[in-house]
Write a protein that binds this ligand. Sequence first.
Ligand code: NOJ
Length: 759
Amino acid sequence: MKLTRISILAALAISLASCGNKGDKADMDSYIDNLMSQMTLEEKIGQLNLPPAGDIVTGAPQDSPIGDMASKGQIGGTFNIKGAEKIKALQELAVEKSRMHIPLIVGMDVIHGYETVFPIPLALASSWDMEAIEKSASIAANEATAGGINWTFSPMVDIARDPRWGRVAEGAGEDPYLGSQIAQAMVKGYQGDFSDENVLACIKHFALYGGAEAGRDYNTVDMSRQRMYNEYLPPYKAAVDAGAATLMTSFNIIDGVPATANEWLLQDLLRDQWGFDNLVVTDYASINEMANHGMGNTLENSVRALKAGTDMDMSSNAFVSVLSEALDKGLISEADIDKACRRVLEAKYRLGLFENPYRFNNVEREKTDVYTDEHRAAAREIAAKTFVLLKNDNNTLPIKPQGTIAVIGPLGNTSNNMVGTWSVANPGDKAKTLYEGIKEAAGDKANVVYAKGSNLYADPFVEDAAANGYGGGMRDSRSEDELLAEALRVARGADVILAAVGESVGMSGEGSSRSNLDLPDTQLRLLKALVATSKPVVMLNFAGRPTTMEWEAANIPAIMNVWHGGTEAADAIADVVFGKVSPSGKLTMSIPQNVGQIPVYYNHLNTGRPVPEGTPHFHPFSSNYLDVRNEPRYPFGYGMTYTTFDYSDFALDNNKLSKDGKITASVKVTNKGNVAADEIVQFYTRDMAASLARPVKELKHFDRISLAPGESKVVEFEITPDKLGFYNANGEYLIEPGEFKVMAGPNSRDVQTLDFTLE
Ligand code: NOJ
């Protein structure tokens, strides 16, 4: 029988009439059964194919004639394509021309915004503001769908404790509890109620990608099961529980097997233990990369991947070229293909694409809903919550808009370095530069001047690598000496210096690992020269990761991490620098003193030989270094503001917790200064009597509160036994009675402690 689009859509309409777009599972199943019963083997395999569109290059560039393939039913979707009209035309090819008329799923790396760009995820995490994070995801979804996108490859929930790894910029930092909260907020923000202004979320990179050895991207991961369960897996699980519709496998190996073909990971853990029955897509070309791991050819690896539970092949062109041969050879069954095909179709069903294949192709919305004043205002407000004030001697910040303010540094007047690593949908030149933002905010009250001062790096080769296409073309034709001389002339005429230094956007993110986390050579030289002028210097540290800042922390009066804050970062920085908004961000990754300490993270184990408390220097036969203390430079949870908060009356309503009971820890927080500010109040616990070694602290609760000058609030943490358990190596969650400590404070270091017993 010749199938026509009309006959198929008519059949769809009948089955959908009773269940609506998001009808229950039985409706979906019967709808997809019906559809699949009419599909050829080639058409089913076609659904498993996800080639890149080629517009936005995020892996090895590939020739992909997607239009032709869409017309022939050889792709299930595509990704990283920009432009509502273009996507609509492509969708028309799939829907009108292909025999089965199955619409495409269209993905994009919308990681921290679409054209309105929010701060990088590591910065967003530093806000500890779940409402703000959810809102950023929901705005991103709104804009992306206006551009024809219906699937985002986000959230990236990889726990990371090695800041050499450039992709720490894309995640929430080192803590599994905070990471889990953020994962859920993002899934909610993206998927909402699956309206035509929502996108499908994709949990990535499953799993343990953040554990790459030596912080080198794509590197080997080798980890014990109990560590996985307790420290690395919780955010993926949280995102699964939040209902994420898709998941991406990671590039790394686990137990020697690449994640994409890892049956324990994808079948036993994800599908069987966690009950995730949704779409699993590979990361970019990871089936092909198995050959580099020493695992044979495309046929073998496609079979392994499919059998392990991977459904869709991103960019390897592998499934589409070998699965039918694999079937002929008896290496897989048609049921294996059907299972994967069904999951792709289910994702499309959830998107409502069968009800209306053009649901995300309202091209008018691209003109009205993208980069709107409202979205930008939200991005500005959110960005201001992400900056972390690390040091502020003599209240150097905030500054007054008066006299002459010098913005000096290679990040001071660049637009494309404001937005951050994953801002692929942003044309790159939309963001105001810091110099423009400061100048505009100061108005006619101050004279704002600018000098570049230095390149990113003195070495042009490293500078080029650092610019990596994003900050490209930054190198100045003048010599470093000329740049410095100009900066010093400008600095000498100024009352205050805002030093815009740090990393370009190309220095963090995928493939951008660093072995040295100091400020690059020529920028440090510039900073030293600026400090030598004796003018007050504020270091605005543009960073996609924790950087070491040894000289800076000792010699610069004020340091604020502004990360890469998105399209509205300049205005947001001005808001904070001039005191219109008090800084409120807190670190979600420890800032090490030097690279040799890495990994350094707050929730470490105690070892059998911890350094005795109060030891001023090195302690023999203890777990420490000869030449540096164990503590990071700035701990997890740390961040200052323009006022001080006093923590008092820390109390437990009971120091015995029964097995079905609850007790409450409370602490009073008072704003002792003259300005309003937000504080992120943190509660940690420690298990003192477990059957496994347990961390010295684990974040269990936090609350972001706003306090007017003089105002106090009591913040409570309800402790129940289920919050005190941990996983053993078999993945069993154990709640064991015994002694516990509960801690409260403004960061993971400066806590007050109480004891209780779980009975
Ligand atoms: C590779 C990256 O690892 C992944 O995060 C991204 O979503 C894909 N490329 C697609 O661009």
